[in-house]
Design a binder for this molecule. Structure first.
Ligand code: BES
Ligand code: MN
Ligand code: ZN
Length: 487
């Protein structure tokens, strides 16, 4: 979506114009027929409301949409503004119009407010149509430009920053949406290489032999049942003090999770193409922070494997040795995410000595049972890191809810034969998964684990996404870096 800032004269030819309307404050300059239409359709400017009508201006029929942005002082003003932008795009994306003019005259919107509207509009325009060969002309997106009229002067500069974040979100949505035959460890790496080229992000890729030499027996045990070779992708962004220890972002990148020998039921198994949503969020966040030239040092690590059940696959009962030296008894080959993450966590600590670690993973079905699709689960060994992430979640809209950790949960994963087992009892499944990861955090480094299994994919359209990939995590991580690391 092209976004441009225009003065009123340059936009006078537009045939599709949106006015943003504060709740119970109908603009005084509306044509009577629009004011009447609003009244007839009970439009009062509440967030999410849209009402349209047709008027004649300079001898031309013009389509005018009124979009509600709620009350000026509302606590959720930012999200109301995003929803207004998103709602307009959702409504007119395939309308036949190629340009939507958003006229801010009389709204009193600040530059930040304006950018929130544009952010919603841009995010909601994302689609992935490459596999649709039979889309009729009238179902194809037509809208390609949003022109903003009467925006505060600073809006363009603020938008340039936010546009970089939107690109990160779009990249994550693409990675998450692509099926397992298109995105597997090597092609995930290739896509990141081509998308991040020229951004200043340095890339390192470890292949199977290098991972074996480092002793990553946990990750390699998961990979051994697949014909696809595993990879560890490392992305370094050094926008802060040269040489200063980075923040580490670590993602679970299981490009398809069949469950392995502990195979999953057939129903819904196609969803497991998005079991790389944590890694996808890390890649999108790297694109975002590099795109807006964040003044911070960040290292992103993606553990990339496919979990499949062939004759060489690992068995329940196997014992593997992780890079940390700790041994793990495999109880369930479907609890593979933690096996991938534990070696990625050890690797990033040994190689980069990060000041803080945040890992993201579609780790457990149990977190969806707990939180549904409203919050990602957060587990942390450090209150201040948890507070920063919680606040980043509220501001970005990628919200988190904190869960407990503790020794009583930890002992549930002790093993008879090895240092630990990879799966505990049925109850508290998200917590024992987090306890497993915590066993790989060295010297009390502040660490948070975000279980985002319920957030990566949506079966109905949401505020800033259509059905499908949500891009969850990118805006959260970007906001965390801005507020807790850069300032
Ligand atoms: N990738 C799944 C978790 C998941 C389930 C994500 C549903 C999104 C939707 C993970 O690898 C898994 O299979 N976890 C098991 C763990 C269990 C075997 C201890 C689970 O949650 O059932
Ligand atoms: Mn699994
Ligand atoms: Zn999984």
């Amino acid at each position: 979506m092209q976004i441009q800032f225009l003065d009123a004269a340059a936009a006078s030819a537009s045939r599709l114009i949106a006015r943003l309307v504060n709740q119970d404050a109908m603009p005084a300059d509306l044509e009577p027929v629009l004011a009447e239409a609003a009244k007839l359709s009970r439009f009062s400017g509440k967030p999410g409301q849209i009402c349209e009508g047709f008027v004649e201006r300079d001898g031309q029929t013009v389509r005018v949409a009124l979009a509600g942005i709620g009350k000026t002082a509302a606590k959720d003003r930012r999200s109301a503004l995003e929803r207004a932008g998103a709602g307009l795009v959702a409504k007119y994306l395939i309308s036949g119009h190629d340009e939507l003019t958003i006229d801010l005259t009389g709204t009193g919107l600040s530059a930040e407010d304006t950018v929130s509207v544009l952010t919603g509009a841009n995010l909601r325009s994302w689609r992935h149509d490459i596999y649709r060969t039979k889309l009729s002309e009238e179902k194809k997106p037509s809208l390609n430009t949003i022109s903003v009229v009467s925006a505060p002067a600073e809006a363009a500069a603020i938008w340039a920053v936010e546009a970089a974040v939107c690109e990160g979100v779009a990249f994550t949505k693409e990675l998450v949406t692509e099926p397992g035959n298109a995105i597997y460890p090597e092609s995930f790496v290739a896509r990141c290489q081509s998308r991040l080229e020229g951004t200043g992000v340095k890339m390192r890729v470890l292949d199977e032999n290098e991972m074996r030499a480092l002793g990553m027996g946990a990750l390699l045990g998961v990979a051994q049942g697949s014909a696809r070779a595993p990879r560890m992708l490392v992305m370094e962004w050094e926008g802060g003090n040269p040489g200063a220890a980075p923040i580490a972002l670590v993602g679970k990148g299981v490009t398809f999770d069949s469950g392995g020998i502990s195979i999953k039921p057939a129903g819904g198994m196609e969803d497991m193409k998005w079991d790389m949503g944590g890694a996808g969020a890390v890649a999108g966040a790297m694109l975002a922070v590099a795109g807006r030239k964040a003044k911070a040092n960040i290292v992103g690590v993606c553990g990339l494997v496919e979990n499949m059940p062939d004759g060489n696959a690992q068995r329940p009962g196997d014992v593997v040795t992780s890079m940390s030296g700790q041994t793990v008894e495999i109880i369930n080959t479907d609890a593979e995410g933690r096996l991938v993450l534990c070696d990625a966590l050890t690797f990033v600590q040994r190689e980069y000595s990060p000041v803080k670690i945040v890992n993201l993973a579609t780790l457990t079905g149990a977190i969806i049972v707990s939180l549904g699709r409203e919050y990602g689960g957060m587990f942390a060994n450090d209150d201040s890191l948890a507070a920063s992430l919680d606040s980043a979640g509220q501001i970005s809209g990628d919200r988190l809810w904190r869960f407990p950790l503790g020794p009583a949960y930890d002992k549930l994963i002790d093993s008879q034969i090895a240092d630990m087992k990879n799966a505990g009892p049925r109850f508290g499944g998200s917590i024992t998964a987090a306890q497993f990861l915590q066993r790989f955090i060295e010297d009390g480094t502040p660490w948070a684990h975000l279980d985002i299994a319920g957030m990566v994919w949506a079966d109905k359209p949401g505020a800033t996404w259509d059905k499908g990939a949500t891009g969850f995590g990118v805006r959260l991580l970007d906001r965390y870096v801005r507020d807790a690391v850069e300032s």
